[in-house]
Design a protein around this ligand. Sequence first.
Ligand code: FAD
Length: 464
Amino acid sequence: MKDISCKLLVLGAGPGGYVCAIRAGQLGVDTVIVEKAKAGGTCLNVGCIPSKALIHAAEEFHKLRAAESGKSPLGLSLSAPAIDLARTVAWKDGIVGRLNGGVTGLLKKAGVKAVVGEARFVDGKTVDVETETGLQRIRAEAVVIATGSAPVELPELPFGEKVISSTGALALKTVPDTLAVIGGGYIGLELGIAFAKLGSKVTVLEAMERVLPQYDADLSKPVMKRLGELGIDVFTRTAAKRLSADGRGLLAEENGRPFEVPAEKVLVTVGRRPVTEGWGIEEIDLDLAGRFIRIDDQCRTSMRGIYAIGDVTGEPMLAHRAMAQGEMVAEIVAGHKRSWDKHCIPAVCFTDPEIVSAGLSPDEARATGVEIKIGQFPFQANGRAMTTLSEDGFVRVVARADNHLVLGIHAVGHGVSELSATFALAIEMGARLEDIAGTIHAHPTQSEAFQEAAFKGLGHALHI
Ligand code: FAD
């Protein structure tokens, strides 16, 4: 097969890689992208998109079941709703397929050459790709490593038919009667809640003191309350051990006390590891930080002309961070002056209720040595939240006490994911409490709680 030479070679077509390649192509950079599986990577195929489709379907089904049991406060009632999970999964796969086609089309439109197969480094500027039609050698002036991450497997509970990763959970065609979730981070809780709403008896086992340890306790509290309402058992400071001898349950240990959890399926969500092994990366002289690739504020690695973006570069492992890095690197390769100047990367946890975090938490802000003001407004006092049965939660604004510069904004509540962009914009634009309080927010909307939190920070909330 004839060798290919190009200016930019992108390895991996997840949100980091495909955005980088599209932007480079738009800027006239001769670009090749290599992907061993499907365009869109983890996010589109087995992550963000399919999980949110399943979460939505589960929520709809759960609402119908509430109406069936006569418990709907809205006065709705109906008889015996049912779910055909195989059809739900087919619907979800249809969305993924449409978006796969969209990404492939966008790459083509930007003039990017796509090669399908697993890339393997020959040297820092050359890779071999095992394609369906033979070995393809590609040489490039610049290389972007965007090979993403994969689920961590527990040695004593290898993935298979019964023990599944998030990928396996998103492909289940029937709802398991019992589901044990190992790991109470955002992926485990998002999926655990979805399956509880679909009818599984869910048990969550978490080694740390509490679930969602990356969020402060105030933010995770409304989620904990909801887990209880959904009948989800949560065991913290608990280690999952192995499957029981009859294979029906999962053996665990809480503070030295052994016990068994019923588990038709065991979902392991204990973290994700960067894909930095097994494809020749060890043979080039790249500096790693642990298992992640070390980068600077232009995503340059320790080797000249090699960049790394997305999950391979560490936390936060989020699709929008990967995309922002990809867009920046494409511009750098095209000769533009760019560096990472983002003040915040918002994070959304699509649990019930949802959690949004942008910028610094109160503790992080205090740790910088500044005095802070906190304004918090509960959805209980928000009219729109009442009309949508969404009164649990709040919006919280953290600002400097001296000049009221907003340092962090957090919210927990129904549908708050849609407020994340507003929060990030406020921080990126250097908003002060007065800017938010002085912006007219449409009534009745949940976003009024954001304005009220800013008023509260200034000492005079209007509706509480
Ligand atoms: P990836 O998306 O992992 O893409 C890497 C690509 O590289 C893959 O397609 C892989 O096949 C390919 N590849 C690897 N090695 C090679 C090789 N040698 N040759 C060729 N190709 C290779 N993030 C959010 O922001 N919001 C969410 O709501 C969210 N939900 C999630 C839910 C779940 C269940 C999971 C698992 C993840 C979720 N994430 C979410 C995280 C998000 O998916 C990742 O942060 C994001 O996909 C990282 O993008 P990336 O481009 O770095 O890598």
